[in-house]
Design a protein around this ligand. Structure first.
Ligand SMILES: Nc1ncnc2c1ncn2[C@@H]1O[C@H](COP(=O)(O)OP(=O)(O)OP(=O)(O)O)[C@@H](O)[C@H]1O
Ligand SMILES: [Mg+2]
Length: 410
């Protein structure tokens, strides 16, 4: 059955496909960033060129499937199925399977150098920990599954909470191997993900940074287990001993490089390392910023500082202090530390002019640009309360959708 398609040179065709095949087609087309109709067109063209039909496919339970094909392709296909004595449904299923076989799942795009993302702001409670976790979760999601992602073109026009389904696209997960480093003695990230802070009598990141390790840092890492992350999301928990980090670092040679020395042995196991910084500007922040510096042969914008702010006036002063410290470090040590962007968190346009005008203020900075706008929504607080990753607790929430957009933006 075919219907003329409105306004182009394709016609609508309606047939049937088994659900599993339709799902595979949908995911694979999204992985290649092409439309389903293009994949079906290629599969049918391939099928038509074969000398005989390939192995039969189990089409039990096939149900309605429609797409748009170039004019005439379906008629040619139909007459060939008659010649080859297969049903249209069987022929279509074979065509789709041919396309899948010719276009295997693409490999995950891994960075050549492990990306180091330093999530910072000495202002407390702006959402550094929430953004570290959400971004890391989004980066680790399963590439063989589609997840809703906000694709609003205009951050501000969307008003912070893009409700329209038009603004949401289903995309494959990024499938990266992610290490979240809880670099805050408050242990919030550790607690929020349901892990236990490291006992103060044992080994810790602080010990490794102070050149006083008690074992292999790898042994302290825990996996955040959820099907969506497939064992790719790991956490280096914090320990209360980090409250003394600045004191212990003061005795260490080349202390800016202390975090780098400690984490370097882990880098081969990860595509991305995200560091959740404490709300302070001490030596530990220097070490974190230094760890995010651009390395030789690393492209700009891969590693660096991701600054979390709120849309309110007091955030602006904090921002000045932070960027001054990072700029000083750049100048003193002669290193490049890139700004990966500003995330405006806890945004609520209902707060009126203060919120909208200060969001505009962040956007006007332009460099770094605003790379994420996350609303003040209940799911984040709920996820923290139940100690679950946001993207597994509420994977379809506006917040999760925004975290995925942020992960792709940086
Ligand atoms: N987008 C959001 N919507 C709702 N609640 C949020 C959001 N982001 C963070 N929160 C909540 O706000 C509180 C502070 O967030 P978070 O701990 O991430 O901030 P922080 O900057 O890491 O704080 P600190 O400076 O203490 O490390 C937490 O209770 C968190 O659950
Ligand atoms: Mg925090």
């Amino acid at each position: 059955m075919s219907l003329p398609a409105p306004s182009n040179d394709r016609e609508k065709v309606v047939s049937k496909l088994p659900g599993w095949l339709r799902q595979n087609l949908k995911i694979r087309a999204a992985q290649y960033g092409i439309e389903i109709q293009t994949a079906v067109e290629q599969g049918i063209a391939h099928w038509c060129k074969l000398a005989s039909s390939p192995a039969a496919i189990d089409t039990a339970g096939a149900d309605s499937f429609s797409t748009f094909l170039p004019l005439g392709q379906w008629d040619e296909f139909r007459s060939l199925t008659t010649d080859r004595r297969v049903s249209l449904i069987q022929g279509l299923a074979q065509s789709v399977q041919l396309w899948l076989d010719a276009n295997p799942a693409p490999d995950v795009a891994r960075p050549a150098i492990t990306r180091r993302i330093i999530v910072c702001n000495q202002k407390g409670g702006v959402g550094k920990t929430a953004i570290t976790a959400g971004t890391g979760e989004a980066m680790a999601e399963d590439p063989e599954t589609l997840h809703p992602v906000r694709v609003a073109k205009q951050l501000i026009a969307a008003g912070g909470e893009a409700e329209s389904s038009l603004d949401v696209e289903k995309l494959p997960g990024l499938g990266l191997r992610v290490l979240l480093v809880d670099f805050d003695p408050q242990c919030h990230l550790t607690n929020q993900l349901g892990a236990a802070p490291l006992p103060i009598t044992g080994d810790s990141l602080t010990n490794h940074m102070a050149s006083d390790p008690k074992g292999d840092l790898r042994d302290l890492i825990v996996s955040i287990d959820d099907d969506a992350f497939g064992g790719r999301l790991h956490l280096l928990p914090a320990c209360n001993d980090a409250f003394l980090l600045d004191v212990r670092l003061s005795a260490v040679r080349a202390r800016e490089a202390a975090l780098e020395r400690a984490l370097a042995p882990l880098e081969a196991d990860y595509d991305v390392i995200l560091v959740d910084c404490p709300p302070s500007l001490g030596l530990s922040m220097d070490a974190a910023a230094y760890y995010g510096r651009r390395r030789d042969s690393e492209k700009p914008g891969q590693s660096g500082a991701l600054i979390v702010v709120q849309a309110e006036d007091s955030s602006a002063d904090a921002y000045e202090l932070l960027t001054t410290q990072i700029d000083d470090l750049r100048a003193d040590l002669g290193v490049d530390i890139d700004y990966l962007g500003i995330v405006v968190n806890l945004y609520d346009s209902r707060r009126g002019y203060i919120a909208t005008s200060s969001l505009q203020g962040w956007v006007d900075i332009k460099d770094p640009r605003v790379v994420g706008l996350i609303g003040d929504l209940k799911e984040q607080k709920e996820a923290v309360r139940v100690k679950q990753p946001l993207l597994s607790y509420a994977p379809k929430s506006q917040q999760a959708i925004g975290m995925r957009a942020l992960a792709r933006e940086i």
